[in-house]
Design a binder for this molecule. Structure first.
Ligand code: ATP
Ligand code: MG
Length: 662
């Protein structure tokens, strides 16, 4: 997955999780707060509703108190039997009742019997001591107010029209009355009780007043925002909740849940309630009679739709803000990510080009942050690499030049060496010949001293000869003139025998014996002259460094692909740690056993070069104090006719150490 994609996925996942978390929390919070606020408001409305309800009671009471102090009522109570007074009072009080929109206005004697009913003059003499308001006033002698239930019988007495009215508004033959009762006193003595009341059944103006005062007649989407209802028991007797037909929903009942809580337990109920045909955030409070019995309910409700809409708007606003924020954050992040990823991509590209060898490539440094630092570091690194490479190339060129010069010098040196050696060769040959002419007595007899001296000169000349031959070979080698011309060579007759013949004098001088296990007919592919140089060197060494009177053994093994040829001699041997240096140019041993042995140190180096040019390898083995063996391999180009020899010789070796030529 690309870095950019990873960045995007990461941020989107984090952002979505964050947005979901915040959105959920916020929606819950908005939800809870709007509902709580609504409930608190409804609670507040309910208090206002009660104030209006109670203010009506207070007005009733104050009206009653005013009347209780009037001469009209005092006179009536002082002279209850005076028919003229009764009649006059009846007419006046009924006028006052009508004027003050009261449904009930009764005057009772001190025993609680009705002396006068303003509304229904004929209904007199009944006992109202069971009325809780009357009872309380008679007991306490103070004014009382409250809501009471009027039974069918009582309601009929108060007025047949009231009974019919109550039945009409709700279908029940009883009424609920807001009432006040005050004592009528004279000289501290109770003369009687005056009771006034206003029927709640069908009293639309009462609930409308509550609604208008609380909700200021507000509408929401064409519907009244608030509603108020007075229940008698669970029956709506006065309400401004409208039914489907647009009529006041009088005569309908509260839900069972509400009735159980408010009427049954006497506790308020609040919450969203389904009232007639829609949801209201509602509160129902119990209405109690003066004895504390729950006789009805006061309901205030506000359309829930308003809050649902507020909540919806809040959620939509929040989601819109979140989404816009998310889009903005993604946009900003896209720019930041691009700002990070693009230089990285450029760095990746630059690194690839660097790896491919283009050291001149650089990346632009556009920012001053870590990425910019990385780009600058990359450029510095590329710069250094380029400088190092240039320095290296310069060094290489210098080295090549030096090498060239060295090769030229070496070639010149070798040419001179070859020239000098070649020029020395002929005078040396003629000097040797002259020496042997004298030494062998062709020019007259020699005395012993002369003969010894000439022997020494001969030995020196042999050394010179050997030295010149080696230098000539080295010069040819270094100049690249030593070419391998392979041919079929009979090893014994064409190589070994001529070399041994050449060394005959030296072998005899050192009283050594040469044994060979090489079959006389063995033939192999090699350059005759070069192979002769190898054997000449190895055998000369064996004679020179071998034990005086010791044996020299010649071996050939293997074939037909590769022959291993060896020259072995008895002698002091060579320490193992010295073996590798013998094949180096001018490599000679400085051990005391070989002190006094002259040599250039080139013989084995020349052997190694020749063997390697044949595709083989050469190495030395030795057992100190006993023997030394030089062996080399000769791979064969064509195996035909190269017969594998049988190793028939007596091995000189027992315990051995060995090393290949380096
Ligand atoms: N058969 C041998 N036994 C013990 N030591 C040997 C033998 N052959 C060679 N060496 C040691 O290896 C050295 C290197 O031999 P190499 O033939 O290269 O040089 P050289 O014999 O000293 O001189 P040159 O052969 O050039 O005349 C010798 O000097 C000698 O110390
Ligand atoms: Mg030698």
């Amino acid at each position: 997955m690309k870095l950019q994609t990873k960045f995007y996925l990461g941020i989107v996942v984090v952002y979505v999780a964050l947005a979901l978390g915040i959105a959920t929390t916020s929606i819950l919070w908005v939800n809870r707060n709007t509902i709580r606020e609504a409930e608190e408001r409804v609670n507040l409305y309910m208090r206002s509703g009660w104030e209006i309800y109670d203010s009506k009671l207070a007005r009733l009471r104050s009206s009653a108190e005013t009347l209780a102090h009037s001469d009209l009522v005092l006179e009536l109570l002082k002279h209850p039997g005076d028919a003229a007074k009764l009649q006059a009072a009846q007419a006046s009080l009924d006028a006052i009742r009508r004027e003050q929109a009261m449904d009930v206005l009764n005057v009772l004697d001190r025993d609680g019997r009705v002396i006068l009913r303003a509304r229904t003059a004929e209904q007199r003499g009944d006992d109202l001591t069971a009325d809780p308001l009357i009872r309380k006033v008679r007991q306490s002698g103070r004014s009382e107010q409250g809501t009471i239930i009027l039974s069918e019988e009582r309601l009929a007495r108060e007025g047949q029209d009231l009974l019919a009215w109550a039945e009409w508004f709700g279908g029940e033959r009883q009424g609920m009355l807001q009432a006040a009762a005050v004592p009528v006193m004279e000289d501290g003595e109770l003369l009687g009780v005056l009771q006034v009341g206003s029927l709640l059944n069908g009293a639309a103006e009462k609930v409308d007043r509550i609604r208008d005062a609380v909700f200021k007649n507000e509408n929401y989407r064409g519907k009244p925002l608030g509603t108020a209802t007075i229940f008698m028991g669970d029956l709506r007797i006065s309400t401004n909740v409208l039914d489907q037909d647009g009529n006041r929903a009088i005569g309908t009942r509260a839900s069972r849940e509400v009735a159980e809580q408010v009427l049954g337990k006497g506790l308020p109920w609040s919450g969203p309630a389904w009232v007639v045909d829609r949801w209201y955030l509602s509160q129902y409070d119990p209405i109690r009679d003066p004895d504390g019995h729950v006789i009805g309910m006061l309901y205030i409700g506000e359309l829930a739709q308003k809050y649902l809409d507020i909540r919806k708007a809040a959620v939509i606003t929040f989601l819109a803000v979140t989404l816009a924020g998310m889009a903005l954050a993604l946009g900003v992040f896209f720019l930041i990510a691009r700002g990070i990823v693009r230089p990285i991509q450029r760095l990746v590209l630059a690194t690839q080009r660097l790896a491919a060898g283009d050291l001149s490539h650089r990346v632009p440094v556009e920012t001053r942050d870590e990425i910019g630092e990385l780009s600058a570091c990359f450029n510095r690194m590329a710069e250094q690499l380029q400088q190092q490479r240039q320095a290296l190339e310069r060094d290489q060129q210098e080295l090549a030049k030096l090498n060239q010069e060295l090769q030229t010098t070496n070639r010149n040196y070798m040419e001179m060496l070859g020239f000098v050696a070649h020029e020395l060769k002929n005078p040396l040959a003629s000097a040797t010949m002259s020496l042997y002419t004298v030494k062998d007595g062709y020019l007259g007899d020699l005395n012993p001293a002369q003969a010894r001296s000439l022997d020494s000169v001969a030995s020196s000349l042999r050394y010179f000869e050997e030295m010149i031959r080696n230098y000539l070979d080295l010069s040819r080698l270094e100049k690249g003139e030593l070419q391998v011309h392979r041919a079929r060579v009979a090893l014994d007759s064409e190589i070994i025998q001529p070399v041994i013949d050449g060394l005959h004098g030296a072998i005899e001088e050192r009283r050594m014996t040469v044994e060979s296990t090489i079959p006389p007919g063995l033939a192999l592919d090699a350059d005759r002259d070069l192979l002769r140089i190898v054997y000449d060197n190895l055998l000369t060494n064996a004679v020179k460094y071998g034990r005086e009177g010791g044996r020299i053994l010649l071996e050939a093994q293997g074939g037909p692909d590769t022959f291993t040829l060896a020259v072995c001699n008895e002698g002091p041997g060579i320490p193992p740690d010295k073996l590798p240096m013998l094949f180096k140019k001018f490599g000679r041993l400085d051990t005391p056993e070989y002190a006094g042995k002259k040599g250039t140190g080139l013989g084995l180096y020349i052997c190694k070069e020749i063997v390697e040019r044949h595709g083989g390898r050469i190495w030395a083995e030795s057992e100190e104090g006993r023997w030394t063996r030089f062996a080399f391999t000769l791979p064969q180009a064509a195996s035909e006719g190269a017969s594998p020899p049988e190793n028939a010789g007596q091995p000189l070796r027992g315990q051995q150490t060995g090393v290949a030529a380096a």
